[in-house]
Design a protein around this ligand. Structure first.
Ligand SMILES: *Cc1c(COP(=O)(O)O)cnc(C)c1O
Length: 382
């Protein structure tokens, strides 16, 4: 079906400016003048002290993050992918070990597992797009070593059930909390549940660097020590290589930027939650909206709706200048790289992957943008 922009409808029912209106999915420009000055002076300070590699800002940032997550230790690394990969290495995963994760995540989750030498096993998801503990339980075998729940869309998984399963079967839990910094479940923050938890602070994330960055938090000294070595070619005392690894150090400039951004997090999260509230008010009954149960405090890394005729809706919104994304169009097990080499069971994920659509919900949007998006979604279904 060809979707033409309905010109007549436009003239009848919309303000004249709609024809040129654009709603971007994300806006990474730093438009707030005070924030710009703050970040520039943070960068300037690094230039001046000159400790560019693992400078003082790295440790300050690590301490801030550990405290926020109620953890003893934090290790800054180069990316969320590195955080996951190095954490699995620090746990001593062996070839052939299986790690159960969700079917629906950015492929970095599966890549970290595979690169650590383990086999990713993909569990099904619930309608809230997070891993289904009942499916995890069915997939446990004698080879299973760990569970890697992903707090997808910025909502913490059903961690009570996951932790109970892990305890019963003596499995490690490593949280992929890349999308969920600041989110809570039963009053506890993302990153506070597993043996270790991994964050990404890439520019798209809610707490974002101006480049690549990641972090691991844990309460275990052994994991912490091992990660210190693993993030720098497996070396201790800078020169002695005790195990094979890569260079995954966090950049001091990014840590300096993140320290500043950290202080703005509450504001960012409340704006995203406000936008979620607006969508709920404007789109109730039109499409399936993300729901927040009484145990959850979500940060809305993405605002992911579930829609009939999803691809047509996406194309329609694009005609109206509204940028949307499908995160993600493939389940990890459907990716060419994993078709042959993974195992799993995920009928609900196969159904939902055809329905999900992330609509603009970043913190720079105004009420009128959200109204415009909602109005056009309603228009599509009329
Ligand atoms: C962003 C993301 C990652 C990877 O983080 P990078 O910093 O981009 O390497 C891993 N898992 C999930 C769920 C993510 O959203």
């Amino acid at each position: 079906m060809k979707l033409n922009k309905p010109k007549t409808l436009d003239r009848i029912s919309s303000p004249a400016d709609e024809a040129t209106r654009k709603v971007a999915f994300l806006d990474l420009r730093i438009t707030d003048e005070r924030e710009r000055q703050e970040l520039l002076s943070a960068v300037e300070a690094v230039f001046r002290h000159g400790r560019i590699v693992l400078g003082p800002e790295v440790e300050q940032f690590e301490q801030k993050m550990a405290r926020y997550c109620g953890r003893k230790y934090a290790v800054g690394v180069n990316s969320g992918t590195d955080a996951l990969f190095l954490t699995l290495k620090s746990l001593g995963i062996n070839p052939g070990d299986e790690i159960i994760t969700t079917a629906l995540s950015w492929v970095a989750t599966a890549n970290a597992i595979a690169l650590a030498g383990a086999v990713p096993v993909f569990a099904d998801i619930r309608d809230d797009l997070n891993i289904d503990p009942a499916s995890v339980e069915r997939l446990i075998t004698p080879r299973t070593r760990a569970i890697m729940p992903v707090h997808y869309t910025g909502k913490v998984c059903a961690m009570d059930e996951i932790m109970k399963l892990a305890e019963e079967h003596r499995l490690a839990v490593v949280e992929d909390a890349s999308q969920a910094f600041g989110a809570r479940y039963k009053g506890r923050v993302a990153g506070q549940f597993g043996k270790a938890a991994c964050f990404s602070m890439n520019p798209m994330k809610v707490l974002a660097a101006c480049g690549e960055a990641g972090l691991v938090v844990t309460d275990e000294k052994e994991i912490y020590d091992r990660l210190q070595a693993l993030r720098y070619n497996g070396t201790v005392n800078k020169e002695t290589c005790v195990e094979v690894s890569l260079n995954g150090r966090i950049d001091t400039l990014q840590a300096a930027i993140l320290l500043k951004r950290f202080d703005r997090l509450d504001g960012i999260v409340s704006k995203r939650r406000e936008i979620a509230g607006w969508y709920k008010e404007l789109l109730g009954g039109v499409v399936e909206l993300p729901a927040e149960g009484k145990d959850s405090f979500d940060v809305y890394y993405t605002y992911t709706i579930q829609a009939d005729r999803r691809d047509e809706l996406k194309a329609f919104l694009e005609e109206w200048g509204i940028e949307t994304k499908i995160q993600h169009p493939y389940l990890m097990g459907q990716q060419p790289a994993y078709r042959q080499s993974s195992r799993g069971e995920y009928p609900n994920a196969l159904r939902l992957v055809k329905r999900i659509l992330c609509i603009p919900a970043h913190e720079k949007l105004e009420r009128s943008d959200v109204e415009y998006v909602a109005r056009n979604i309603r228009r599509f279904y009329q």
